[in-house]
Design a protein around this ligand. Structure first.
Ligand code: GDP
Ligand code: MG
Length: 138
């Protein structure tokens, strides 16, 4: 059954010029890009997005990083989109990411790891709504 998930090409990957290559991997894996835009977010907006991680020791550093330059938030659709995107991304720490995954190819560190992907249906719904209005999702 077709499912939507939410992803972000993070500032490190945009800075390094990997946006197109990452989008190509995503499309090659069978995802339809429902919506995408280029934005820069404030520290406060990054804190709102990563609110679930507010107690983690890396919260300050993560939200500095996510507000450090342009990003490409996007909504993706395919069968089993949430789990399949997580598989395509690879492990959070690129040192542990499997060969062929986006993080293995493009991530520089556990923090600057190129791509975000929702981890569950509820988080996907929250994250899509955080960046996109309903009328943008056609
Ligand atoms: P994800 O779902 O694989 O993106 O990982 P998490 O939800 O656990 O963490 C969110 C984001 O925080 C990650 O993608 C990294 O950018 C960052 N992060 C996670 N763990 C660490 C860590 O141990 N140290 C630092 N500096 N950043 C981390
Ligand atoms: Mg996560």
């Amino acid at each position: 059954m077709s499912q939507r998930t939410f992803s972000i090409i993070k500032p490190d990957a945009v800075r390094k010029g990997h946006t197109g290559a990452i989008l190509a991997e995503i499309e090659k894996a069978g995802f339809k890009i429902v919506a995408i835009k280029k934005v820069s977010i404030s520290k406060a907006q990054a804190e709102g997005f990563y609110y679930v991680h507010k107690e983690r020791p890396f919260f300050g550093s993560l939200t500095d990083f996510m507000s450090s330059g342009p990003i490409f938030p996007m909504v993706l659709e395919k069968d089993n989109a949430i789990a399949d995107l997580r598989k395509l991304m690879g492990a959070t720490n690129p040192a542990n990411a499997e060969e062929g995954t986006i993080r293995k190819k493009f991530a520089g560190s556990i923090e600057e790891n190129a791509i975000h992907g929702s981890d569950a249906e509820e988080t996907a719904a929250f994250e899509i709504g955080y960046f996109f209005a309903g009328c943008e999702l056609v």
